[in-house]
Ligand binder design. Structure first.
Ligand code: NDP
Ligand code: 2IT
Length: 445
C-alpha cells in the first residue's frame, strides 16, 4: 500500500465521526498523490500524518445570561491547526450546526488557503453553536464577552488571530475585541475585521467577495473573456455574497440570484444591491423582505427548487459547505455554466467538483478563490504592526494583485503536474508545498 493510501486509511479510522473533516482532508490527500509518491522525503518525516493532526484543539463552555435572566450554555471551539508558516489565522463561525468536524474541516482548508496568499499566516479556525439569529444586541454582546473570556487565554497578535465567518461580522468582532482588551489590557491586533475606528483595515469587509470576483476575472482574462454581459448566480446573502455581487456589477456582469436558508430570489433585472444591503446589513432581515419590496423578482422556498436550476454563465456559491451537489452540478452544466467560483468554504460536494472538472468547467476551489478575505486580514495585521492605515485603493490594489497571483500559481501548479485546468489539484499542491517545506525545515514538531 502506498504512503497516501496508508495515511488515508488511518485518517478514516481515527475520524470516522467527523464527515466534513474527512471530506476536506481526503480531497487534499488524493490530489497530493502525484507530489508525495514521487519523493520519499515526505514519508521519511511522517509529514502527512502530522499535517492532518491539529497542533492543538480547545473546546470550552460558554455560559451567558439571556434577556430574561436565564442561563444559556453554548460550546466554544478553537482549532490551532498548523503554525509552520506563521501564527494561526482563521475565522470564527457562530451557527447552530457548528461542531468539531466542521471547525476541523475549516481549519484544515485554512492551512492551504493561507499558504496560497503568499503571506506569513498559519491555519486555524473556531466558533460556537451559538445562533445570533433572533438574539438582541445585548444577548449577542453577553455571549461574545463570555466566549472571549475563555478564548482570550489562547490567542494573541503574534500567536493566533481570529476573524469573522458565518454569523460573525463587524458587530461581533467589536464586542469580542472590547472584551479581549478589557481582560488583557492589550491594545493589539488580536482580531481582524475590526471597526475602522479601532484598527480595522479599509476593504476588509469587501475583500472576500471582491477577491473571488478578481480570481475568476483572471481566469476569464486568460481565455480572452470578461464579465461584460455575463449572467451570474450567487448563493448566500451575507458578507461574501453581497460584495461578490457588488464587484460583478462594477465589472459589467449581472447577478440574478441570492439565497438564504429559507429560499432563493431570482431577479431578472439584476439584484438591487442598495435594497439587499439595507435588508441584510442594516435590518438583519430575510430574502422574503426583498421579494416583497421587489415585485418583479421571484421567490422560491427551500424544497420547491434550487438556485442552481437557474441558467447562468457563471455560478458563485457563497453560503455554506455542501450546498451544491452532483445533481446541481449536472443541472448547471446542462444549462451552459462556464465558470464556477467558490466564495464559501467547500460549497461543492466532492462529486460535484469532480463532475465540473470532468466537464472542463473552470472550477475555482474556495481555498484559492475565497482567499482574499484572509489575505486582507493579513494586510490588516501588517497595518496594525506598523501602526498605520492604508487607503481603500491601496488595500484593494494589493488584494487584486494577490488574487491574480493565486490564480496563476494554481494554474501553473496544475500544468506542472500534467493536470492543466484542474484548479483543485493546483490549489492543493501549490498550497501544500510551502507548508511542507517549512515543516521539514523545522524538524519533527
Ligand atoms: P454570513 O453569515 O455573512 O452569511 C452567510 C449566508 O449564507 C447567509 O445568507 C446564510 O443564510 C447562508 N447560510 C449559512 N449557513 C447556511 C445553511 N446551513 N444553509 C443555507 N444557507 C446558509 O457569512 P459569510 O458571507 O461571511 O460566509 C459565507 C461563506 O463564505 C462561508 O462558507 C464562509 O466560511 C465563507 N468565507 C467567508 C469569509 C469571510 O471573510 N467572511 C472568507 C472566506 C470564506 P441565513 O441568513 O438564512 O442563515
Ligand atoms: O474562511 C476564511 O478564510 C475566513 N472566514 C476569513 C478568515 C480571516 O482570518 O480573515
Amino acid at each position: 500500500m502506498g504512503y497516501v493510501d496508508k495515511v488515508l486509511e488511518g485518517l478514516k479510522t481515527k475520524n470516522a465521526h467527523e464527515p466534513e473533516f474527512l471530506q476536506a482532508a481526503s480531497e487534499v490527500l488524493e490530489s497530493l498523490r502525484v507530489v508525495i509518491e514521487s519523493d520519499r522525503k515526505y514519508e521519511d518525516v511522517g509529514l502527512l500524518e502530522r499535517i492532518i493532526e491539529p497542533e492543538r484543539v480547545f473546546i470550552f463552555r460558554v455560559p451567558w445570561l439571556d434577556d430574561s435572566g436565564r442561563v444559556q450554555v453554548n460550546r466554544g471551539f478553537r482549532v490551532q491547526f498548523n503554525s509552520a508558516i506563521g501564527p494561526y489565522k482563521g475565522g470564527l463561525r457562530f451557527h447552530p450546526s457548528v461542531n468539531l468536524s466542521i471547525i476541523k474541516f475549516l481549519g484544515f482548508e485554512q492551512i492551504f488557503k493561507n499558504s496560497l496568499t503568499g503571506q506569513p499566516i498559519g491555519g486555524g479556525k473556531g466558533g460556537s453553536d451559538f445562533d445570533p439569529k433572533g438574539k438582541s444586541d445585548f444577548e449577542v454582546m453577553k455571549f461574545c464577552q463570555s466566549f472571549m473570556t475563555e478564548l482570550g487565554k489562547y490567542i494573541g497578535a503574534d500567536t493566533d488571530v481570529p476573524a469573522g465567518d458565518i454569523g460573525v461580522g463587524g458587530r461581533e468582532i467589536g464586542f469580542l475585541y472590547g472584551q479581549y482588551k478589557r481582560n488583557t489590557g492589550l491594545y493589539e491586533g488580536v482580531l481582524t475585521g475590526k471597526g475602522l475606528t479601532f484598527g480595522g483595515s479599509l476593504a476588509r469587509t469587501e475583500a472576500t467577495g471582491y477577491g473571488l470576483v478578481y480570481c475568476a476575472e483572471e481566469y476569464l482574462k486568460s481565455i480572452g473573456d470578461s464579465y461584460k454581459g455575463k449572467k451570474v448566480s450567487v448563493s448566500g446573502s451575507g458578507n461574501v455574497a453581497i460584495f461578490a455581487t457588488e464587484k460583478v456589477h462594477q465589472l459589467g456582469g449581472k447577478v440574478v440570484t441570492m439565497t438564504d436558508s429559507n429560499g432563493y430570489v431570482y431577479d431578472e433585472a439584476g439584484i438591487d444591491l442598495d435594497l439587499i444591503k439595507e435588508i441584510k446589513l442594516v435590518k438583519r432581515g430575510r430574502l422574503t423582505d426583498y421579494a416583497a419590496a421587489r415585485k418583479a423578482s421571484k421567490y422560491v422556498e427551500v424544497g420547491k427548487g434550487k438556485v442552481w436550476d437557474v441558467a447562468v454563465d457563471i455560478a458563485l456559491p457563497c453560503a455554506t459547505q455542501n450546498e451544491l451537489d452532483l445533481a446541481d452540478a449536472k443541472e448547471l452544466v446542462k444549462n451552459g455554466v462556464k465558470v464556477v467560483g467558490e466564495g464559501a468554504n467547500m460549497p461543492s460536494t466532492q462529486e460535484a467538483a469532480d463532475y465540473f472538472i470532468e466537464k472542463k468547467i473552470a472550477f475555482l476551489p474556495g481555498k484559492a478563490s475565497n482567499a482574499g478575505g484572509v489575505a486582507t486580514s493579513a494586510l490588516e495585521m501588517s497595518q496594525n504592526s506598523m501602526r498605520t492605515s492604508w487607503t481603500f485603493d491601496e488595500v484593494d490594489r494589493k488584494l487584486n494583485t494577490i488574487m491574480v497571483n493565486i490564480f496563476h500559481s494554481i494554474d501553473n501548479a496544475a500544468k506542472e503536474y500534467g493536470m492543466a485546468g484542474n484548479y483543485v489539484a493546483g490549489a492543493n499542491i501549490a498550497g501544500f508545498k510551502k507548508v511542507a517545506d517549512a515543516m521539514m525545515a523545522q524538524g519533527i514538531v
